[in-house]
Each structure stands twice: as structure tokens, then as C-alpha cells.
Ligand binder design. Structure first.
Ligand code: ADP
Ligand code: MG
Length: 506
């Protein structure tokens, strides 16, 4: 008889909804003790949500958790931590202006018998932890002086301090270099020898195969399978575990007849600041025609946002390469240059870069084209209102009036305001970075129709999405980015989920 694995943690029928979105639907999961339990699944599959439930970040869900066979529920991450479950988030959670020691002991400071902070003791403990991780950094180093890989070590040290039995790592390798990955893997191996269990999320399949003891596939909020026999697992098996979402009732783009080339880029490179040997963009070439929707697909850290930002003049001193608009070479050294040359960018984080929430719709809409609402040197509010009313009508923005503050709109309508702002500049080329992120299904569909309509009107559109079914249904052509390079190009005929995902994990 085969040895029964020892199970540290079991999740049973976990369901989690965010408003109308079902992120997890009756998920079951077992974490084997002392093993690297790898989770794979495409963007939006529900991986991070599941990890946040296991670690007490989301106390609100349906289903049960068992730790060593005993039912548990965590009200917050601290409670999970006390039971030995630590999480390293996708976005690292350290405070940059504090030292390594201060970050590790934040909220659990050691005091001396006089009730004062015992920094000496905390530094000593930190030094021991760092040594356990083969890390030579001084405990007094400020986190802002650390590279991302080093920051991850600090996160792991934090977990070790609490004597974690399970360390959850959510895409720890998407932002770190190969040598840092090696360090991380050594640490994981040594944690395993101490019988610590690891839940490890990554889409870097080749690296993942070096470290994983078993694979669990998550798709559309469901567990779709596990592979226990890792020795025989092939790359394609893992890709099959990732893709295959239900796309039967997905929006389908109308075909539009394409016009002349509107944008062409040649040999675009973007070195990393302070490390000229490392590229955030490595020799990117493509062109877009009028009426065309070019989709850019890639997984976390592939370089998609960097590409749009670079073309939009946000990294003028670092980028190299040539940009042609309507076949004429242009120099884009700033956002002003980009706008003058007919480009618009709807950024990934609309609340941060796209929209001033405290301002009226009309002010937001006219923001990038202030000249058009100024008369004789004065802002003309009547013109401003007129401009925004035009877009409220054509984009069907749901609002009582153009004077409404943007923060009072739903996510989908806010996105339409950002879109209006750029349409008001009458661009030739529109860059859309994750245009449907965080909005509900019906608003998503409206955005798809809008993109299609804008293409019909003759714009060239470059759209970034990390959702595979979405990019397949809205694009005429798809480029895949992985590790700062273009690794695949697909058209409507040869695009398949498996082929695209294969290029994305290259
Ligand atoms: P993954 O980590 O596999 O990419 P996530 O767990 O982040 O997936 O997301 C799963 C689904 O839940 C996605 O459709 C995502 O948009 C949605 N989602 C995740 N977090 C939230 C949130 N805080 N509010 C609304 N929807 C969310
Ligand atoms: Mg995630």
C-alpha cells in the first residue's frame, strides 16, 4: 500500500463572492505537510482569493477549513499567523522607510523589563533569522534600499519569526531575477527539511517544475485537477491544467475592414534603472492599422504596462527605439508629445492615474484637452459641459448630470469617463490597459462594444488584458509578451487558449 500523505490543511467547499462576481465556487484543496504544493491557473482563476481565505485576510466565505484535522476559522491574518499560517502577498507589504528589523517586528515589538523597546534584542533576532536565510544584509538596512528579491527575504523572515507551519507564496518570482529565484528555492528546500509546508503560486512553469512536489489546477473558481506524480509531468500537462475556461457565451467582436497603418514601433527597448543589462522591454516591434484592435496578452511581470507607458512618453530617458505614426517618425519625450501626436492612454489603475475622483465628470472629461474649453483665455464652463454631455450620451454614462462627482459613479461608468477624457483629445491611437478590471460583467460587455465601435470609427487600438477569454474575444490580432519579449503572434484563425498560454509561459 502507498503511503498516505500527511495533510496539514484542508479547504472544503469554499465559495467566495464579491458582489456579483463569484471568485471561488466550491473549491476543495489539500495542503500536504512538508511539501511544495504548487497552484497553477490563469489570471482571474481565483488563486489569490483562495490564499487570502487560508490566511485570514478574507474572514467572510462559505465552506470549511481544517488544520491538522481540526476545524478552524480566522478572523484576521494575525489569527492565522498564530496558528502557523503566513502569507507573502503578490504585492509586498513592507514599509519602505522602516528598517528590516522594524518591519519584522512591527506590531509584535519586544520590550525590555522597563517597558521600553528592546532594539538590541530585536536586531539580534533579526540577524539570526537573516542568517537562517543565508542573507548577509544588516538588520538596520532600510527596506527602501532593498531590491525586490531582498524584500521577499524579509517577508519570509517575518513568517519564520512566527514559526510558520505553512508559508503561502503568491507569485513570488514574477518580480525577481534568476539569481534571486535560486536563493528563494534554497530557502524553500531548507524550510521543507524543517517540515514546513509551502503553497506556491507561479506561472513560471519551468522554474516551478524544479521545486514543486505536486500541482493543483484552479480554473474559473473551481479546482480542476491535481497532479501528484511530478516526475512525469510535462509542460503541456500543466498548460492544460491552466486553460480551458468556459467561453461559450463570451462577446464576439465584429470584423472591421482595416485601413492604413497608424502606428509602427521598431526595436523598442527599456533597460531597468540601475541595471542596464536587464531589460523591462527587449526589442519590441509591431504595427497597428486604423480600425484594428491589437491585443497584448501576458502574465504578471511580462512587460505589458511598461510597453504602453513607454510608448506614451513616460520613460523618455531610458527607452530606445523608433516610433512611427502614419509612417512618419515621431519623437515622444513626454505625455504632452504623446497627446499632440494623437495618442491616448487609459491606465491600469483608473483611481490612481486616470481619474480625479473628487472632481466633476465635466472637469475630468476636459482635462486632457483644456484648450478646447477655453475661450479668450478663460475657462468656458458652458463649453466644458457641452463636451462632457456629448460623451455621456454617446458612451451611455449613467449619471444624473455632468456635474456629478466622479467618485459617485460605478466602476464601469468611471472607466467610461476616463475613456471620454481621451476621446476628447481626438486621438488616432488608443492604448487601453486592463480596461475591464474590477467591473461587473454587463459593464464589461459595454466596454467591449465601445472598443469595437471606436475601431469602426478608424482608431487604432492597443489593448492589454490578462484575461485570456477576454483578449481572444475583443482583438483582431494578439501579441504575447513574456519576460519582456514578444513570444507569440496570433490572429483570429490560429488563436487558441493553449497556444497563447504556451507563449505566455515561455
Ligand atoms: P488570480 O489570483 O487567480 O488571478 P483572483 O483571486 O485575484 O485570481 O481573482 C478571482 C476573481 O475574483 C477575478 O474575477 C477577480 O476579478 C475577482 N476579484 C478578486 N478580488 C476581488 C475584489 N476584491 N473585488 C471584486 N472582485 C475581485
Ligand atoms: Mg493572483
Amino acid at each position: 500500500m502507498e503511503n498516505q500523505p500527511s495533510i496539514l490543511l484542508k479547504a472544503q467547499n469554499i465559495t467566495k463572492k464579491f458582489g456579483g462576481i463569484t471568485a471561488l465556487n466550491n473549491v476543495n484543496l489539500e495542503v500536504h505537510t512538508g511539501k511544495v504544493n504548487a497552484i497553477v491557473g490563469e489570471n482571474g482563476a481565483g488563486k489569490s482569493t483562495l490564499m487570502k481565505i487560508l490566511s485570514g485576510v478574507y474572514p467572510d466565505y462559505d465552506g470549511k477549513l481544517f488544520l491538522n484535522g481540526e476545524e478552524v476559522s480566522f478572523k484576521n491574518p494575525k489569527e492565522a499567523m498564530q496558528k502557523g499560517i503566513a502569507i507573502m502577498h503578490q504585492e509586498l507589504n513592507l514599509i519602505p522607510y522602516l528598517s528590516i528589523t522594524e518591519n519584522i517586528f512591527l506590531g509584535r515589538e519586544i520590550e525590555n523589563p522597563f517597558g521600553m523597546l528592546d532594539s538590541k534584542e530585536m536586531h539580534k533576532k533579526t540577524k539570526e533569522l537573516l542568517e537562517r536565510l543565508h542573507c548577509k544584509l544588516s538588520p538596520k538596512t532600510l527596506v527602501s534600499d532593498l531590491r525586490v528579491g531582498e524584500q521577499q527575504l524579509v517577508e519570509i523572515a517575518k513568517a519564520l519569526l512566527e514559526d510558520a507551519k505553512l508559508v503561502i507564496m503568491d507569485e513570488p518570482t514574477s518580480a525577481i531575477s534568476d539569481s534571486e529565484i535560486e536563493v528563494l528555492f534554497k530557502i524553500i528546500e531548507s524550510l521543507k527539511t524543517q517540515n514546513v509546508s509551502i503553497l506556491y503560486i507561479s506561472h513560471k512553469l519551468d522554474k516551478l517544475r524544479l521545486i514543486a512536489d505536486r500541482f493543483i489546477g484552479l480554473r474559473d473558481g473551481n479546482t480542476v485537477g491535481t497532479i501528484e506524480n511530478v516526475k512525469e509531468v510535462k509542460r503541456d500537462d500543466l498548460i492544460r491544467l491552466m486553460v480551458g475556461r468556459d467561453i461559450s457565451n463570451m462577446y464576439k467582436k465584429d470584423t472591421v475592414s482595416l485601413g492604413e497603418e497608424v502606428l509602427r514601433i521598431e526595436n523598442i527597448c527599456l533597460p531597468k534603472i540601475g541595471n542596464k543589462a536587464f531589460y523591462l522591454l527587449n526589442n519590441i516591434n509591431f504595427s497597428v492599422k486604423k480600425g484594428e484592435v491589437l491585443g497584448l496578452f501576458g502574465l504578471m511581470g511580462a512587460g505589458r504596462t511598461e510597453l504602453l507607458e513607454t510608448l506614451f512618453g513616460l520613460h523618455p530617458n531610458l527607452m530606445t527605439g523608433t516610433v512611427f505614426i502614419e509612417n512618419k517618425e515621431v519623437k515622444i519625450r513626454s505625455v504632452m508629445d504623446a497627446i499632440k501626436n494623437g495618442m491616448g492612454l487609459v491606465p491600469e489603475d483608473r483611481k490612481e492615474d486616470g481619474l480625479v475622483l473628487q472632481m466633476e465628470i465635466s472637469k475630468n472629461v476636459s482635462m486632457a484637452t483644456v484648450d478646447s474649453v477655453v475661450k479668450n483665455g478663460f475657462l468656458n464652463t458652458a463649453l466644458e459641459s457641452l463636451l462632457s454631455k456629448k460623451y455621456i450620451e454617446s458612451l451611455k454614462i449613467k449619471t444624473p448630470s455632468e456635474k456629478q462627482l466622479s467618485k459617485n459613479l460605478s466602476g464601469g461608468n468611471q472607466q467610461k469617463v476616463v475613456l471620454s477624457k481621451w476621446l476628447a483629445t481626438t486621438p488616432k491611437i488608443l492604448f487601453l490597459d486592463e480596461p475591464t478590471r474590477g467591473i461587473d460583467v454587463s459593464a464589461k460587455n459595454e466596454i467591449y462594444h465601445l472598443i469595437n465601435k471606436l475601431a469602426k470609427d478608424g482608431l487604432g487600438i492597443v489593448v492589454v488584458s490578462s484575461e485570456l477569454p477576454e483578449i481572444m474575444s475583443i482583438s483582431d490580432r494578439i501579441l504575447v509578451l513574456s519576460d519582456s519579449r514578444i513570444t507569440g503572434e496570433f490572429n483570429q484563425e490560429n488563436a487558441s487558449e493553449e497556444a497563447i498560454m504556451k507563449a505566455a509561459v515561455e
